[in-house]
Design a binder for this molecule. Structure first.
Ligand code: BGP
Length: 463
């Protein structure tokens, strides 16, 4: 039996833009806008307008989640729904009321709210007017929005997060063109990363001004950690992995927990002439406003080797001058999603946090398996028999359990996701839910994994 510590939190994660649908929304975010401009860019032309209809179904959705043993739900407040005027932070009454009702319904169902403030969903107006997080002014606006959320919902919400996967904002929007604004600009990506760290620290400052060191109110951030493993022991491959680790993980992890960037990354970016612009006051702000708790999204490792191109050949600067991705022979793949399955990386993460980051409190804020066409696994009663998902979770939980036994302070496991939801460019192709959503009828039913998760949560472990 793998038993987890007392009070371990069994939860699920989703986000506002992926679950709510655009009903009665005052503003568009970058995804709403991009989809309206170019639906063909999206899988099967399915956009974020309806999703799994959480806006209308939240009461019954939360009841179903409860049946699946979900005791905490991480979702996000959409800036573009809550705020009417981004400069003054005047709220939209309908948006404010919606989130208030959702939080009340979570509490009524015994589901603890974990609220995140940005899940890639920059309001399009701020993207077009200021370049989104390219601009430091927007970091102030974000802190104002965060403060407003704390003020309105802080009486009922104890667990807050500034960002989900800030790294994806760079990768998608500024390097590899899979999210709006679809730019390819390495130096700008470096500045955006810095501004994201700054925005997070400013929001944390607003939080501390309201709550001080209140032992019940916690704030953190959510990072997708992808441990970088070298293809071989050669010095070149090891150097590639060292840079990949700095760029993919430590660039956000160290400012969030330690209050500063890793010096090695500063040195490399300085040598390359692409260091971000920072003021001494900002350096202080980052130092003073570190997180209480870390959410870690884990899906896959990062396998790297020395780059084939020489560092001079990529102009303008891109981080790829330091590493290439490597397809390890024999690796286990989730073929539908194209991600390697390597649960041991979760153990490595647990020990890394224990040994190098003061053993800070953390939790798995996302982990899950995306599979297409799950109808093929339905039994006669119409239940999706997703044994592959149960096995996926078990393998990861065994590694996590080992990490906790070794002393790592992991406080919970949040599966991605409770109910099948819309995903950025995948739309509904890869489903992750413990609960199936028939997107034509909006009828939602527990999958086999939902029943399994309920037992897991009830027993606080599994055999
Ligand atoms: C994470 C995001 C989620 C979710 C998940 C699954 O990176 O935080 O929002 O989408 O990945 O990935 P995808 O939906 O691309 O299959």
């Amino acid at each position: 039996m793998y038993t987890f510590p007392k009070n371990f939190v069994w939860g699920a994660a989703t986000s506002g833009p992926q679950s709510e649908g655009n009903f009665k929304k005052r503003h568009q975010n970058v995804f709403d806008y991009w989809y309206a401009q170019d639906p063909n860019e999206f899988y099967a032309g399915v956009g974020p307008d309806t999703t799994s209809n959480f806006y209308n179904d939240y009461e019954s959705d939360l009841k179903l989640m409860r049946q699946a043993g979900i005791k905490a739900l991480r979702t996000s407040i959409q800036w573009s729904r809550l705020i009417a005027d981004f400069e003054t932070c005047e709220v939209d009454p309908e948006g404010a009321d919606f989130y208030s009702r959702v939080i009340d319904a979570m509490l009524a169902n015994g589901i603890t709210p974990y609220i995140n403030l940005c899940h890639f969903d920059m309001p399009i107006e701020l993207q077009h007017k200021y370049g989104g997080f390219e601009s430091k002014h927007v970091t102030d606006l974000f802190a104002g929005f965060a403060k407003k959320c704390f003020e309105i919902y802080g009486d009922r919400v104890d667990h807050w997060f500034t960002f989900n996967e800030p790294k994806v904002i760079l990768d998608g929007g500024y390097l590899y063109q899979f999210h709006y604004p679809l730019k390819v600009d390495g130096p700008l990506a470096v500045q955006v990363a810095y501004n994201l760290n700054l925005a997070s620290a400013k929001a944390i400052k607003a939080f501390r001004e309201l709550y001080g060191q209140d032992e019940y109110k916690k704030i953190g951030t959510i990072l997708n950690l992808t441990p970088a493993y070298p293809a071989s022991d050669s010095p070149e491959d090891r150097a590639a992995a060292e840079f990949a680790e700095l760029w993919a993980n430590k660039m956000f992890l160290e400012p969030a927990i330690l209050g500063h960037y890793p010096q090695k990354l500063v040195d490399i970016l300085t040598k390359d002439g692409v260091l971000w612009e920072a003021t001494p006051a900002e350096v202080e702000l980052l130092k003073e406003n570190t997180i209480d708790v870390l959410g870690i999204n884990f899906y896959h490792p990062f396998r790297v080797k020395a780059p084939a191109v020489s560092s001079q050949s990529l102009q303008p600067w891109m981080p790829d001058i330091y590493f290439d991705e490597y397809e390890m022979p024999g690796r286990v793949m989730n073929v539908d999603k194209g991600w390697e399955i390597y649960p041991k990386a979760l153990y490595d993460i647990a020990l890394n946090i224990r040994d190098n980051y003061g053993n800070i409190d953390w939790f798995v804020s996302e982990n899950g398996m995306g599979v297409s066409n799950e109808e093929r696994f339905m039994d006669q009663a119409g239940m999706v028999c997703d044994d592959y998902r149960i096995e996926f979770m078990q393998k990861h939980l065994k590694e996590l359990h080992k990490g906790i036994q070794a002393g790592s302070n992991c406080k919970g496991y949040f599966v991605w996701t409770g109910i099948d939801c819309w995903s950025w460019k995948n739309a509904y192709r890869n489903r992750y839910g413990l609960i199936r959503d028939n997107i034509h009828t909006q009828i939602k039913t527990l999958k086999k994994s939902g029943h399994w998760f309920n037992e897991l949560s009830r027993q606080n472990g599994f055999e």
